[in-house]
Write a protein that binds this ligand. Structure first.
Ligand code: ATP
Ligand code: MG
Length: 429
């Protein structure tokens, strides 16, 4: 029976181990056959190491296809190779699973593959250290977000993704059969997280949301991960402060503690900020007007307009105080100017990362706003009833985590930072 365990990862092999026995597990990246012996480069999730194979093991080793999974045991010794200061002189070499040939992509990255082919072979693509580093950073980012929100007094919740009616009244919902009824995939946890502030005060959820948008862009997917927060007794500027601290913490973590992955992934690291600029919607209209882009109060900021703004403001910036009529029914108006709303977006250049705001908590106001927006309060009765139970004032936001990762890794396409993207074309793997 083969022992499938390893004693060390490749990156743990150091001079201190010279003369010691080790077991290595990984995949074959390269084979150099020089007759009586062979040099095998084995890679694992931490890096690569060199094996020296001799004797009866040579024919087996040199015939094993690249990317096959192996374990090897042997003695650590100094090496003359220029890439490896030490190597393992192998006494046992076992092929666990052979890789087929030819493989659909070259995960070493030496032969360039099309992005579609890489996505079709995503599991194999992750053997490319640059790609794996992106997903390690993604995991680190989520960890920082959880830690930050926990420290700010938020508790993590899970709300249903299968829902019985359109949560925000919009189209864009995927519907399906549900035990002789119609159900939908949630497009956001908006209504649930608001209800939860009633008893849990500050909540956050990290989960997948679904939008049946027929978009063909580098920033929209039909399934994406959102970080959602909602907090009682906070106004919109308070939750903007939270976004700012959260994004700052993720950037600091990457710069200070994840340097190796940042370097492997080949990322730029000039993202830090002290304070994020807070522009109002009306200031944006003025700036755009100076650039020759004439918009009327109440116009949405088009893709072209946002790209213009993104050229003026290259990094992160907030756009706040949007016209109320551009915002969903649950957004609170500004008390001193009810044409405006207590709302904001966090932008990075042209790209929207976060939308949030203060919410209406008064049930009467909420009912009349639904009606004003042409929605039927009766179809929101399940939601509205919670507002009759002593709802506290509250504010919150939703952050597109995949989009944040695009910015932090410098990816031009959201699909670069999502393992198995779902869009209008892609439903596999
Ligand atoms: P956009 O205008 O860019 O389509 P939105 O305003 O419709 O976004 P929101 O409903 O405000 O999106 O959702 C909150 C956040 O979730 C967005 O700021 C964005 O970061 C992210 N997001 C929304 N839709 C998608 C999507 N289809 N794919 C990836 N992320 C998304
Ligand atoms: Mg938005």
């Amino acid at each position: 029976m083969t022992d499938i365990h390893r004693t060390h990862y490749a990156s743990q092999l150091g001079e201190d181990l010279v003369g010691k026995q080790v077991r290595i597990g990984g995949w074959i990246e390269d084979i150099r056959d020089i007759g009586k012996l062979a040099f095998i480069t084995v890679r694992d999730v931490t890096g690569a190491c060199q094996l020296v194979v001799t004797g009866d093991n040579v024919p087996l080793a040199v015939q094993t296809p690249r990317q096959s999974a192996i374990v090897a045991a042997g003695t650590v010794q100094k090496s003359k190779a220029k890439d490896f200061p030490i190597e393992v002189k192998v006494t046992e070499f076992t092929v666990l699973t052979r890789a087929v040939h030819p493989l659909p992509i070259d995960p070493t990255g030496r032969v360039e593959s099309s992005f579609d082919k890489r996505l079709d072979a995503r599991a194999l693509d992750l053997r490319n250290p640059r790609v794996a580093a992106i997903f390690r950073l993604r995991s680190a980012g989520l960890q920082v977000i959880r830690d930050t929100l926990a420290k700010e007094g938020f508790i993590e919740v899970n709300t249903p993704k299968v829902i019985g009616s359109a949560s925000e009244g919009g189209a864009n919902l995927f519907g399906f059969d549900y035990f002789k009824r119609k159900a939908y995939l949630a497009q956001s946890p908006q209504l649930y997280k608001e209800q939860l502030t009633l008893g849990l005060d500050r909540v956050f959820e990290i989960g997948p949301y679904f939008r049946a948008e027929n978009s063909h862009t580098v920033r929209h997917l039909s399934e994406f991960i959102s970080v959602d927060v909602e907090a009682a007794y906070m106004d919109y500027e308070d939750v903007m402060d939270i976004v700012e601290r959260l994004v700052g913490n993720v950037i600091r973590e990457f710069r200070e503690k994840r340097r190796a992955d940042v370097e492997t992934a080949g990322l730029k690291t000039d993202l830090s900020f002290d304070k994020i600029d807070r522009l109002t919607y009306e200031q944006c209209l003025e700036e755009l007007s100076k650039e020759g882009e004439k918009l009327q109060f109440g116009d949405d900021l088009s893709d072209a307009a946002l790209r213009r703004l993104g050229e003026i403001h290259r990094g992160f910036y907030f756009i706040m105080d949007w016209p109320l009529k551009l915002k969903p029914f649950y957004i609170h108006e500004k008390e001193d100017n009810p044409k405006l709303s207590k709302s904001f977006d966090l932008q990075y250049g042209y790209l929207e990362l976060v939308s949030g705001g203060r919410r209406l908590h008064d049930p009467e106001k909420l009912r009349s706003r639904l009606a004003e927006q042409g929605l039927n309060p009766a179809s929101f009765s399940e939601h509205l009833k919670a507002f009759d139970w002593g709802m506290p004032p509250h504010s919150g936001w939703g952050l597109g985590f995949d989009r944040l990762m695009m910015v932090l890794t410098g990816a031009q396409n959201i699909r670069d930072v999502v393992l198995y993207p779902r869009d209008t074309e892609r439903l596999t793997p």
